[in-house]
Write a protein that binds this ligand. Structure first.
Ligand SMILES: Nc1ncnc2c1ncn2[C@@H]1O[C@H](COP(=O)(O)OP(=O)(O)OP(=O)(O)O)[C@@H](O)[C@H]1O
Length: 597
C-alpha cells in the first residue's frame, strides 16, 4: 500500500491511490478524476477484491486535521441522509470513511455522467425523452418525499445517468427533512435559477419546491434555456415570484400546460408527483421504456417498421381488450415504442425452419454476453456463475480436438437432449428477446439484462432483475414499474406461440431452465448465436443447431441436424474416442463462439 498522502504547501492534500475503508476492511484503488465540485472531487474507484467500480466523492477536511469539515457539517448531513436511501432512481450510497485529510463517500458509478452533460451536447431533448427522464425522476423523488426529505437542489448536473441510461438523483448535500409543518428552515439555498417563489420569499422549502424545480428542468431541457435567468438577480426573483417566464410557444400544448402547472407561483396549485404522471403530457404521448446510449449525443429515433408496428398495435389492442382492471399496464405502456417512422428498427424472429433456409453462422463476429439467469433458482444457477462454466468449456473443448486424425465414426451418443430455444423473436434493440423453449417454457430477456417469464401453474409471473434475486408475482400484483415489461412479455410470447410454433419437440421433464444468452455484435439476427440453457451455447447454421450444456457432471455437446432428434456427446467420450469430421467442425465452431464471449 502507498504511504499516506503528502501535503504540498498551499495545495489540497493528495488523495492516495490505494484507500482502505477501516470499517469494512475493503481496499480500493482510486482511478481517474471524474470532476470537481465546489467542495469536492470525484474519482473512479475500484474495489480490489471484487473489481466492482464506484464513484468516490472526496471532501477535504479543514486544515487537514480531525476537526470540523470545511463545509460546516454539510458532509455529515449528506452522509446521514444519503446512506439510508435505497432506490433505483437515487444514486446508491455504498459506504463512507475518513482519514486525516479527507472524508470519502463510495457511490454508485454513473458512467454516462449527468443530464447536464447530455444537454450540453444536445441543446434540447425530444418530448418522449423528457417523459422518460421525468418518469424516473418522479419515481426517485416520490421515494424521497415519502421519507419527508426534500432535495432542494434538483438540477441537471444532479441527475446522473447509469450505463443503461437510467436516471438517478444524486448529490444530497442540500437535502433536508421537512418539519411537521411540511417546511424546512427558511434558508436561501439551491441553484438560483431553480429557486421556487416560496424559497425566494424565505417561506422555506417544501416538497412542492422540488416540484417547481422539476418544472424548471422540464422547461430547460425542452427549450434549451432556463425559464428564469439571473440578470439582474432581483428582477429574476421577482419573475419567479410572479411565475413570469418567456412563453415556449414552439412546444406542444401539452408540454406548455404541464410546465405552467409545475411553475404555479402558489405551491398548493402545483400537481403532486402522482398527478404529474397522469397529466396529458404523459398520457397522450409516447414514453420509451429505455433510451439508447447514443441519445447522449444525438436524438433517438423511435420507430418500428410498418408491418411490425401494425402487428404490435394489433396485438396490443387484443391484449388490452382482454385485460380487465386491475390491469398492470396502461395503453400507453403497451402501445409499443412509437409511431411509425422512416427508420426501420431491427426486429428479427425465427424458428428452426426459417433458420435452416438462411445460411451459415458467422462466428468471427464478436459476441457479447448479454443476459443470464434462471427463473427457477438463483440467477447464477446452482453450479456457480455461467461465465465460469463458459471458461471451463473453453478449457475442455480443445482437449477433444487435440487427439490425432479424425475418427471415421462418431463415438457412442447419449439419448438425452437439453431443452433449447427453437423459436424466438428478437426485438432487443428496443425491448428484449422473446423465446420459447422446446419444453414449452417461454419468456423475455430484456435489453437491460432483466428476465421475465410466465410461470404456470397459477398464472404467476417470475422476474429476475439485473443481478438480482428471483421475484414472483401474481399477475394482478405485478408492480406498476414492471407493467410495460409485462406487456412486452405478453406480446412477444404470444407472438412466438402464434406465429412460430411448430410441433415436434418433446419436453424434457425436470430439466432446469437457466438461460444465458450471447449475441453477436453486428451480425444479422438470424445468423447470431442464440440461447444458452443450462450453460448452453447455441448457434444456428444451415446444417445444425448446437448446444453445449453442463446439466450434470460432464459437459455435453448436443447437435440437432435438420429434422433429426438431438444427439448428445459427452465431451469426455469425444476426448477418448475422437470424433468424425462433422462433429469436429461443430466443436471448432462452438469453441470459436465461446472464445469470443
Ligand atoms: N456517482 C457519480 N458517478 C459519476 N460521476 C459523478 C458521480 N458523482 C459526481 N460525479 C461527477 O463528478 C463531478 C463532481 O461532482 P460533485 O458532486 O463533487 O460536484 P458538483 O455537483 O459538480 O458540484 P457541487 O457539489 O459544487 O454542486 C461532476 O462532473 C459529476 O458529474
Amino acid at each position: 500500500m502507498e504511504p499516506g498522502p503528502r501535503r504540498r504547501r498551499g495545495c489540497r492534500p493528495l488523495v492516495s491511490v490505494f484507500l482502505r475503508d477501516p470499517g469494512s476492511g475493503r481496499v480500493y484503488r482510486r482511478g481517474k478524476l471524474i470532476g470537481k465540485g465546489a467542495f469536492s472531487r470525484c474519482y473512479k474507484l475500484t474495489d480490489l477484491s471484487t473489481s466492482a467500480v464506484f464513484a468516490l466523492k472526496v471532501v477535504p477536511r479543514a486544515g487537514g486535521g480531525a476537526g470540523h469539515l470545511r463545509t460546516g457539517g454539510k458532509v455529515e448531513r449528506e452522509i446521514a441522509l444519503h446512506s439510508r436511501l435505497r432506490h433505483r432512481n437515487i444514486v446508491a450510497f455504498h459506504g463512507h470513511f475518513a482519514d486525516r485529510d479527507h472524508v470519502y463517500m463510495v457511490l454508485e458509478y454513473c458512467s454516462r455522467q449527468s443530464l447536464a452533460h447530455v444537454l450540453e451536447v444536445r441543446r434540447t431533448l425530444t418530448e418522449p425523452e423528457v417523459r422518460y427522464y421525468l418518469r424516473g425522476l418522479v419515481s426517485g423523488l416520490r421515494y424521497l418525499h415519502q421519507r419527508r426529505i426534500v432535495h432542494r437542489d434538483l438540477k441537471l448536473s444532479n441527475f446522473f445517468l447509469s450505463k443503461n441510461m437510467e436516471v438517478k438523483i444524486g448529490d444530497l448535500g442540500l437535502a433536508a427533512r421537512v418539519g411537521p409543518g411540511g417546511h424546512c428552515h427558511r434558508v436561501l439555498c439551491g441553484t438560483p435559477n431553480f429557486l421556487a417563489p416560496e424559497v425566494v420569499s424565505r417561506n422555506g422549502h417544501s416538497c412542492q419546491s422540488d416540484i417547481w424545480a422539476l418544472g424548471c428542468v422540464m422547461y430547460l431541457v425542452l427549450t434549451g434555456a432556463p425559464p428564469f435567468v439571473a440578470a439582474p438577480l432581483a428582477e429574476m426573483y421577482q419573475n419567479i415570484r410572479d411565475g413570469r417566464y418567456p412563453e415556449p410557444a414552439h412546444l406542444s400544448p401539452n408540454a406548455r400546460r404541464l410546465i405552467a402547472r409545475l411553475l404555479a407561483p402558489n405551491p398548493a396549485e402545483r400537481p403532486s408527483l402522482d398527478l404529474l404522471l397522469r397529466d396529458d403530457f404523459f398520457t397522450q404521448g409516447f414514453t420509451p421504456d429505455w433510451l439508447p446510449a447514443h441519445s447522449c449525443h444525438s436524438p433517438p429515433v423511435f420507430a418500428i417498421p410498418q408491418p411490425l408496428g401494425r402487428l404490435f398495435r394489433k396485438v396490443s389492442r387484443l391484449l388490452l381488450a382482454q385485460c380487465r382492471p386491475p390491469c398492470p399496464f396502461t395503453p400507453n405502456e403497451a402501445s409499443g415504442p412509437g409511431e411509425d417512422g422512416p427508420q426501420p428498427d431491427p426486429m428479427e424472429w425465427a424458428s428452426e425452419a426459417s433458420l435452416s433456409e438462411r445460411g451459415s453462422p458467422r462466428p468471427e463476429v464478436p459476441i457479447h454476453l448479454l443476459s443470464q439467469g434462471t427463473l427457477t433458482s438463483d440467477p447464477a444457477g446452482p453450479q456457480g456463475s455461467p461465465r465460469q462454466d463458459v471458461e471451463a468449456a473453453i478449457r475442455r473443448l480443445p482437449l477433444c480436438l487435440d487427439p490425432g486424425p479424425p475418427a471415421t465414426q462418431d463415438p457412442p451418443r447419449k439419448a438425452v437432449a437439453p431443452p433449447r430455444a427453437p423459436k424466438w423473436v428478437d426485438y432487443s434493440s428496443k425491448y428484449g428477446f422473446g423465446y420459447q423453449l422446446s419444453d414449452g417454457g417461454s419468456g423475455v430477456l430484456f435489453w437491460d439484462g432483466t428476465h421475465m417469464a410466465p410461470c404456470p401453474p397459477g398464472g404467476q409471473v417470475c422476474y429476475v432483475p439485473d443481478r438480482g434475486k428471483l421475484e414472483t408475482y401474481a399477475l394482478r400484483d405485478v408492480p406498476g414499474l414492471l407493467g410495460a415489461k409485462l406487456a412486452v412479455l405478453r406480446l412477444l410470447v404470444r407472438y412466438t406461440e402464434q406465429r412460430l410454433w411448430e410441433k415436434g419437440d418433446l419436453p424434457t421433464p425436470g430439466w432446469p431452465r437457466p438461460l444465458l444468452r450471447v449475441r453477436a455484435g453486428s451480425a444479422p439476427a438470424h445468423l447470431q448465436p442464440r440461447l444458452l440453457a443450462p450453460w448452453q451455447v447455441t448457434c444456428s447454421g444451415n446444417q445444425a443447431q448446437l448446444v453445449l450444456s453442463s446439466g450434470g457432471e460432464e459437459l455435453l455437446l448436443t447437435v440437432w441436424e435438420r429434422g433429426q432428434p438431438g444427439t448428445s456427446y459427452p465431451l469426455g467420450i469425444l476426448r477418448t474416442h475422437g470424433c468424425a469430421q462433422t462433429a469436429r467442425q461443430h466443436l471448432h465452431h462452438t469453441l470459436h463462439m465461446l472464445q469470443s464471449i
